[in-house]
Design a binder for this molecule. Structure first.
Ligand SMILES: Cc1cc2nc3c(=O)[nH]c(=O)nc-3n(C[C@H](O)[C@H](O)[C@H](O)COP(=O)(O)O)c2cc1C
Ligand code: SF4
Ligand code: SF4
Length: 595
């Protein structure tokens, strides 16, 4: 199967869409103002990430929420201030099976590569960086975002072998983000009204100087070491190495997943563990890279963890192997943190240690456990699976407000004091430290219910009704679970004889058929297939295998052209798109209607 090509929106269309949605419905990329986070609304949540300041400790984990510019903007509006960009690697025309995301219960995926060309990824990240700068100074947003949204960090992610990372293509990509002056100069003329004053703005061209190395399953330790050294010396980057949960060893992982947590259906393969980095070699590697970084005047950190490789026992995604995330991974990754902390006393910058190896974390983070994770000194704490659930990017703000409220209740004013408090509580409870205390609680069946098979077995809501093009239960899930914000909704005009007060549409060029809206739609059917597919590009409209509608501009109105067989729907679509709250794209960015 070929990858359905994602077609990123140009900067002019992205900014035009922001202005259009804001004026007609007070939203940005479908995120309502109530879900925009103001960093001045609670205690100081700023953290140090490898020597850089970030106004909050959270962000999207490398994955579907950090690939397109609008994803990054949405994550930032929700309160993310450390953005771990989607992993970029040399092979950028790969085939990935579809669907590739299965979030029905805990979280599995088979999406192991970026879907954009390397040059497109570079452009997406530069566009996102410019939009964040523009929105930071946009008066319209100040009542929601605050006067000063605080600093943010873009952390690169690259994989998966030295040959690819050292290639001209990937080196050029990294150089292009370390100094993005050329891209910024090229893009600034695209900035449309009402943002035109930013055409002469001085955007900071230094977008990234840290990188998280994604080590794919089976990546040999010597290769990890060589890549890290290459990134430090060739590019002058500070480097975080993302480790795999297989580091815990087959028996430990088996015991936790099947014994403690009760996931009997999971199929672990010993060969996957044998092929991965082993614990003792991992300890050696951390020591060596820490020494090398100090020698080079660079910083080195680790990230816990990537997903857990398992055999595919479900029938939703096509591949034989899949990668598990979400709640059970939280227990594995915290257990691994405890093991590493014990094996490397004083080395890791966690809990009440004064170590210098920063630990970044992504594994099953939710509103409920974020306070525990940042209380251990983990930074950043990044999220993927939870953002793929209903609410999507809108789930970020409640994470931060819950953390802020808990800190305020405890009488602490910043994350340093929060960490000190959590350490004192752990010692008072008779534990050797806060990591050990938290891990003990995760392994206790009385308190770890939400991580167990039983605690995660509730299925998404379902209704016994075939999904139709028009009308549905209007739960809005397809809008919020889509990482690319491909879905949008519009009110049904009063005079129109159609089921439902809201109608749902998919921007076909932003849909990579990941399957997540299919999982969460309560009706029977695949929303991205059944709902009207809207194209803005003529070539995509003409060549795509799924029929839809082309929108063009015609004398101040949206004009609609249908693929064969869909002509009877044209008049309806045209009146919906030309209503007051119409198509969320400005006419100026659409093609002119063909004569
Ligand atoms: C659909 C999907 C795609 C992902 N893509 C990447 C990737 O490109 N690079 C990477 O290092 N990790 C990737 N991950 C792993 C996440 O960054 C994260 O480490 C993992 O999902 C655990 O966090 P979670 O439990 O919050 O999902 C991906 C995860 C998912 C679910
Ligand atoms: S519209 Fe559905 S299938 Fe397409 S990218 Fe969004 S969630 Fe995935
Ligand atoms: S298409 Fe499905 S997911 Fe989307 S609003 Fe309708 S019922 Fe909900």
């Amino acid at each position: 199967m070929t990858i359905p090509p994602l077609t990123p929106m140009p900067l002019s269309m992205l900014l035009g869409r922001i202005a259009e949605e804001w004026s007609s419905r007070s939203r940005i990329f479908d995120l309502p103002t109530a879900r925009i986070y103001d960093v001045s609304s609670g205690p100081d949540l700023s953290v140090d990430f490898m020597g850089r300041n970030a106004a909050t400790p959270i962000g999207p984990a490398a994955g579907p929420h950090s690939q397109l510019a609008e994803n990054i903007v949405l994550a930032w509006l929700g309160g993310s201030r450390i953005i771990e960009l989607k992993t970029v690697q040399i092979l950028d025309e790969l085939e990935i099976g579809r669907p590739c995301i299965d979030m029905e219960t805990i979280g599995y995926n088979i999406e192991w590569s970026q879907e954009l060309r390397v040059a497109e990824s570079l452009e997406e990240y530069v566009k996102a960086w410019m939009i964040l700068d523009i929105l930071s100074g946009w008066d319209e947003l100040k009542p929601h975002l605050g006067e000063n949204p605080g600093s943010h960090v873009f952390d690169l992610s690259v994989g998966y072998d030295l040959e690819g990372i050292a290639s001209d293509k990937v080196s050029g990509f990294i150089d292009g983000l370390v100094d993005a002056s050329d891209s910024i100069e090229r893009l600034r003329s695209e900035i449309p009204e009402p943002f035109e004053k930013w055409r002469s703005h001085e955007f900071d061209p230094h977008i990234a100087d840290t990188v998280t190395l994604s080590t794919f399953h089976g990546c040999p330790p010597d290769e990890i070491e060589s890549i890290t050294k290459h990134l430090m010396t060739r590019h002058g980057l500070d480097v975080v190495v993302k480790l795999n949960p297989t580091l815990l060893g087959f028996d430990r992982v088996h015991g936790i997943l099947k014994g403690t947590l009760g996931y009997d259906e999971l199929r672990l393969r010993r060969t996957d563990f044998d092929a991965d980095l082993q614990f003792d070699r991992g300890i050696e590697l951390i020591g060596e890279l820490r020494r090398f970084a100090a020698e080079q005047g660079r910083r080195f950190g680790i990230k816990l963890t990537n997903t857990m490789v398992v055999e595919n026992h479900r029938d939703f995604m096509p591949d034989e192997t899949m990668y598990m995330s979400g709640p059970p991974l939280h227990v594995l990754s915290m257990t691994l943190l405890d093991e590493l902390d014990r094996a490397l006393p004083g080395v890791l910058a966690v809990a009440d240690n004064a170590g210098d190896v920063q630990v970044s974390f992504s594994a099953g983070i939710t509103k409920e456990n974020l306070g525990h994770a940042v209380g251990l000194g983990l930074a950043p704490v990044t999220i993927c699976s939870d953002l793929l659930r209903p609410g999507g990017y809108g789930r970020l703000k409640p994470m931060l407000t819950t953390l802020g409220r808990d800190m305020a209740d405890a009488g602490v004013a910043d994350l340093g004091a929060w960490r000190t408090l959590r350490a004192a509580e752990a010692h008072a409870g008779g534990h050797s430290g806060p990591v050990a205390a938290y891990v003990a609680s995760l392994h206790d069946p009385e308190v770890n219910g939400v991580y167990t098979r039983e605690g995660t077995s509730k299925l998404p809501r379902a209704v016994d009704h075939e999904l139709q093009m028009w009308g549905c239960v209007a739960c809005n899930f397809c809008v919020t679970v889509c990482p690319n914000d491909a879905f949008f909704r519009l009110p049904t005009p009063e005079e129109m004889d159609l089921d439902g007060r809201q109608q749902y549409f998919v921007l076909a060029e932003l849909c990579n058929e990941c399957g997540n809206c299919l999982t969460f739609c309560p009706e029977i059917g695949d929303p991205e297939e059944v709902k009207p597919r809207i194209y803005t590009e003529l070539s995509r409209f003409e060549t795509h295998d799924r029929p839809g509608f082309l929108v063009t501009a015609d004398d101040g109105r949206v004009d609609v052209t249908a693929a064969d067989g869909l002509e009877r729907e044209v008049a309806r679509l045209a009146s919906i798109f030309n209503a007051a709250e119409g198509l969320p794209l400005p006419l100026s960015t659409l093609l002119e209607r063909r004569p």
